[in-house]
Design a protein around this ligand. Structure first.
Ligand SMILES: [Zn+2]
Length: 312
């Protein structure tokens, strides 16, 4: 069973290493900030990964027997927005019928997917100490799919699937056994209808719209869990992963300062973990952002050890 927490690269610190030492977390996700500012945060990550300090931290995490993954909204890096002037056809047509470099791309354009493939390999090569599981997500913005004549026939999940298949093709040139997620999230929570998942694609389910103060079994969360059986049916159980918000203090703080004390709800987490295991998920992750050194100075050590006990 994979038990994983995702933290921001700038929140890495010795305190986190101590927490990991004492907990049953077996995978650490490095997650640069998402949203519309994701490109800037990915650029910062690519500088951080070169530093001795960061590499030492990753080595120390590995020494604890913990895997490291990078989970990133990466589209702007995979298809640089500057290409728009020379190749507008690589980019998407929005719902108003305008071609725009804003978010994602036109996945019916093979040349654009070829560039994504090449850049996915280059990005993977830079991620120090990564496991063979990769998570280069599409843009963190709803309604950001292509509406061109060809793409009109594709659902948002079909479009995402074409992108994730291309990313995996690229990464496999660097690591032949690499695997890549299909992130079931926002507009792409249903399984693809017209595109198959290539070998090595696994399901990652991130129910951002759920109410985290009530268990998933509560009626309030019926819409959040509804796509799960079809997703599992399509992608299979192998490597399937939940990406939850149970201890995501950035979400509880609405992704802005000041820090609030993390609301920790063992009862909700325990019921949800049981439900996810019943569905057949093989791994459970939660964002654990806004829980770095500055948070700890205000509110003490976050309950990661307790969290890991519950989900294991
Ligand atoms: Zn298109």
């Amino acid at each position: 069973m994979t038990a994983c927490v995702l933290i921001h690269p700038h929140e890495i610190c010795g305190e986190w290493l101590e927490i990991l030492k004492k907990s049953k977390i077996n995978t650490l996700g490095i997650h640069p900030v998402g949203g519309r500012a994701a490109p800037k945060h990915l650029e910062a990550l690519l500088q951080i990964v070169k530093t001795t300090e960061f590499r030492r931290f990753i080595d120390d995490v590995h020494a604890l027997g913990i895997d490291v993954e990078y989970q990133i909204h990466a589209m702007s890096c995979l298809l640089p927005r500057e290409l728009f002037d020379a190749h507008p056809e690589y980019f998407r047509i929005n719902e108003k019928g305008e071609r725009t470099p804003e978010f994602n791309l036109c996945p019916s354009n093979d040349e654009a997917l070829g560039i994504v493939e090449k850049n996915a390999q280059r990005l993977a090569e830079q991620l120090y100490g990564s496991s063979e599981k990769y998570y280069f997500w599409t843009d963190d913005v709803r309604g950001s799919y292509c509406h061109c004549e060809k793409c009109k026939k594709l659902t948002p999940s079909d479009q995402a699937m074409l992108i994730y298949n291309a990313i995996l093709r690229g990464i496999k040139k660097f690591r032949p056994n690499a695997e890549h997620c299909f992130l079931a999230y926002q507009d792409a929570t249903d399984p693809p209808k017209n595109v198959k998942a290539d070998e090595g694609i696994f399901l990652e389910f991130a129910p951002i719209d759920r109410d985290s103060f009530a268990p998933l079994s509560d009626e309030k969360n019926a819409a959040a869990t509804e796509p799960i059986p079809a997703l599992i049916d399509f992608f299979g159980k192998k490597n399937s992963r939940v990406l939850e918000y149970w201890i995501d203090n950035s979400r509880y703080c609405e992704w802005k300062m000041p820090y609030k004390k993390l609301p920790f709800m063992p009862d909700v987490i325990s019921k949800d973990a049981e439900l996810y295991k019943r569905f057949g998920f093989e791994g459970l992750s939660s964002f654990a952002c806004y829980l770095g050194k500055d948070y700890m100075a205000l509110f003490g050590t976050p309950p990661i050890k307790e969290f890991a006990e519950i989900i294991n």
